[in-house]
Every structure is written in structure tokens, then in C-alpha cells.
Design a protein around this ligand. Sequence first.
Ligand code: G6P
Length: 614
Amino acid sequence: MCGIVGYIGNKPAVDILINGLHQLEYRGYDSAGVALQCEDKINIYKAEGKLENLSSELTLHKREFENATMGIGHIRWATHGAPTVINAHPHTCNCGSLVIVHNGIIENHKELKALLEKKGAKFRSQTDTETVAHLIAYKYEQTRNLTEAVRLATKEIEGAYALCVMHKNEKNKLVATKRNAPLLVGVGEGEYFVASDVPATIPYTKKAMYLHDNEIVTLTLNGMKLINPDGIELAQKIETLPWEPVALSKMGYKHFMLKEIHEQPDVIRNILVGKLHCAEENISLNEVKLTKDTLKELNRIQIIACGTSLHAAMVGKYIIENFCGIAVDVEASSEYIYRKTVTDSKTLVIGVSQSGETADTLTAIKQSKAKGSHILIITNRPDSAMAREADSLLSVNAGIEVSVAATKSYIAQLVSFYLLALYMAEIKGSLDNATLQSIKTDLMIVPQKIEQILSNKESIQQCARHYANTKDFIYIARGINYPTALEGALKLKEISYINATGYPAGELKHGPIAMLDESMPVLSILMKGSVYEKLLSNSEEAKARNARMIALTNSKDEKLKELFEFIIEVPDIQELLSPIIAIIPLQLIAYYISEYLGKDVDQPRNLAKSVTVE
Ligand code: G6P
């Protein structure tokens, strides 16, 4: 949500800023802007909507900033005030000398605004951010030092922020700081890049320094200086990032989502390396820092997550209970944080998050940590705020996921849950050897099975086209694949805007069946195993109400052809592992419907990949 970029160096700043903002588009936004240091003033350009609108605006004015080699930029996802040009960042003080971009929410903005208005600040926008511009400008009047002004101002700000600031009088200087919002500095040769996330810096340099909360960095053409909130200079921790620029290209695929779906077999192989060597050996999971004794004694686990990660958590609950016999609760973070939760030092709390920045999950984790629970984080971003809260960190290593709709990170979270559940089962001795070995053997060949589905995706594309014009879509399943139904429906909703819902099939007759008629597609996730026959009966019930029946199945039963108008066949797999296989065609159905309808697959309307507000 919102993205910040900044550049100081010797190249044309505008190209780097716009390119950086494009790389952050996945975060979700509805307006954009840049500020460029020109001869004797700072010029600001903003536009509503997509970055193309900002680029058109810039083209009209390009003579004004062609020599600019320093600037800041922003994409805004509206929270305080509509997505208008006035509310778009950068924001300034009264005279336009002090310019800032901000990501996060200033909680005490009303109080600060009242104080600043008394001192003469004239507010133009409805944003919380503008208060910070006036506040820093006020501190600057007193100190005449931009870094010091930022340092003093941030002491009075409550809430979350990543800020990048420039001042007309301090040419060739950028100041950046953060609290509870991500920010890093890309370190090039005689140039620096500020960004909310790695994709904006990695095309230029692999060297980066992550800012920690409350640290303030000052960037000039002569170098950078890092200080703590007391003004004490800190050592710089520049690291070489493991990301490759190629990870950010579509590699010939039409959309990032399709590329990321195809990466899934390798994502799984990657996770298994070093953790699962062969079926006869125990799972190796050094990341789990709980002692074996504590693990054996655990009698309760809570898993907290949002969105797609929540669905991975639901599969996690199923397998941990099944493999380890430990009671597991799963809850949406946004619900968890507003009730009295029973959590203590004997509870293991697992937070699941692709981004590691989701505000609700982060708050939930902090709450449980304060109560003394061991915190295990499953995330794709070991550099994230959530990772820093972890007592145990399971990094899923799916690589940067650009498409807003999560696919490969979901698969990576699922596989991480399997490894964790197997690991705990081995320590507890809660599964017999034959079962353990059979699950491990089959887990190792899951990537090939996914490859089989991907090499036969034309039939799934055909199915998607057949139903693309529907207004509603129902997914039904039971048992371990109920979360698969929820995730399949979420994928379709997110990127095609079709009203899709996942139900536990047994619940159909308690209400949803009233919705069924000849216009309603019902997709039944019919994987062989304990609930197969039951689900078949539920599918019959739906068929009897004339619903348009689709099966996603690993069964070769010929009789299915009488019941279903479309059958998507997937390779055979044991029931306990079937969620990893069953979700692939559902991701593809959502993708192909969205693409067929001409929707913005990778950046669906209103959504953000990293939801940093509660
Ligand atoms: C947003 C994204 C979803 C994601 C959810 C949780 O809503 O659009 O794709 O599942 O946040 O994000 P997290 O990063 O915590 O997994």
C-alpha cells in the first residue's frame, strides 16, 4: 500500500523515479506524483489513477526538469482523503520549499494539524501526510538543518511512516526515515536509491541498507550518514541482496501471475532443499527454535493470517491436527486483535504472511509476543517487520511475487506447513513410520505433478472461457480441501470481479442451495479420499437443482461424466497432500477468466499486495 522512491546521483532522476514506481505498482495505488530538484526550486507533478497519467503529465513539462538528478516519488493508495491530485503526494509546506512523500498513517495528525494551524500552516489536502510536511518545515525554520528537522519532527509523530524528504535550500540532499513501514536505501556508485521495496532498487544495484525503525539516513553526493533518534551516528549495514533483476521480468509470459503460477514446481523444490532429503531421513528444520521438549508438550497452536495466507493457515491447521494431534485455532488477524485471546507461554503462535508487513497480522503477533508466546513466522520476506518479531523464522523463499493475486507464495506456505507438521510429528512420534515415509515420498514428487497440470493447461483455459461470462461462481469441497475452495473463489473474485464463494459442501443445503439454478456454475473439488463419496452426493444435490457442474478430480470414474458438464483431471495424489495439487487449476481458471474478460490481471482494482493499514 503506497510506495516511496527517491534518487540522488548524476543520472536523469525522473526516469529512475518513474521506473521505480512501476516496480512498486504491485503494492496497489490510485494516484501518483514526483518532485524534482530543478535549478532554484522543486517542481512537483501529480496525477490521479495509473502511472501512465503521471507520465503524460511529465511529458508536457519535460523541459522543466531535464537536468534534474535528484527527486522523490510516490504512489498513493487513498486512506485519508479521496484519490485526487490534491491529495496525491508529494506534499509540501506553505511555500513549497519542503517536500515529502510518506507511506503509513500518522495517528495524531488531527492534534498536530490543530497546533500547526495556530503557527500559520495552511492545509490544502485532506491527508494525514500534509501535517508531517508542515511539522518538518516548522522544525526546519528553527534549525536550518534538514536532518535535524526530520529528527525533531519524528519525535512528535505517532503512527507508522516511511518518509523521504527534500528541501529547496539543501540542494543534493535527501533525508529518509521510517517506523513500522518498510524502507531501504539502494547503494550505487555515487548514487543512492530510496524505496519501499527491493524491486525499485534491484535494477540498479544489489547493494542495499535496510533502515530500522527510527533511524534517519541523510544521502548526499558525498556519501550517506545514518543516525539514531538521539542524533548519534550509527555504523552502516550495507548488504548484498540475493535478488536477481531477472526475477522482476515477465520472462515472456503475458502476465506476472501466469509466470508465478509456472514457477511453482521450482518453488517447492527450492523449499525442500536441505529440509527433506529422502523419505527415510527425518525432516531438518533448524529454523524452529523451540526445544524438542517444549514441542512435545505443546498443547495449543494459534495461527493468524489474512487473505490467501489465511487459507494456507487453514490447511496448516488440518495437517498439524492430523499429523501431530495438537489442537490448532486459525483466525483472521483483523478479528484476533480485537478480542480477548487466551494465549500464554505454552501456546505456539504462528503468523503467516507473504509480505511480512500486513498491519493486522503484525499487530496480532506483537500482542501474542507480549503475552509470552513463542512466535513462529512463515513469510516470503525474511527482511520484513514480521520476520524481525519472530522467535522462529520459516522463510518460504518463493522469490519476489509481483502479481497482487498470491499464487507461488501460497504454495510455498502450504509446503512449509507440511514440513513443519512432519517435523513436529517426528519429534512427538505421533505418526507411524509408514505414513510418514509415504507422505514424504509423495511430497517430493509433487513438483512433477504440478508440471503435468501446467503442460496440459489448454483444457483448463477452455473451461475458463466456457464460464467466463457468469456473474456468480460457487466452489464446494470438504475436509482438507475446503480451504482450497475458499482460495479458488478468492482468486477468481480478486482478479475477475465475479462474485465467487467457497462453501464446505455439507453446508450447501443449509442455505446456499437456494442460489442454484441453470445459470450457476458449481465447481466441486472432488479429490479421492475420506470425503469423496459425501462430496459426490453433495454434487448430485446441486445437479438436481440444475446447476452447471464442474469437477476438479483425480478420479477416473467414468460415471462422473453423467454428473459433470466439465471435468478437470489432475494427477493422482494422496488426500493429505491434495491441496497442493488442487489449487493449481483453480489459479489457472481465475487467470484465464480474468485475461479473457480483459481485466488488469496483475493489478486488480482496489487491491494492494502489501496491506500496511489495519
Ligand atoms: C492482501 C493481498 C492478498 C494477501 C493478503 C495478506 O489482501 O492482496 O493477496 O493474501 O493481503 O497478505 P500477506 O502479505 O500478509 O500474506
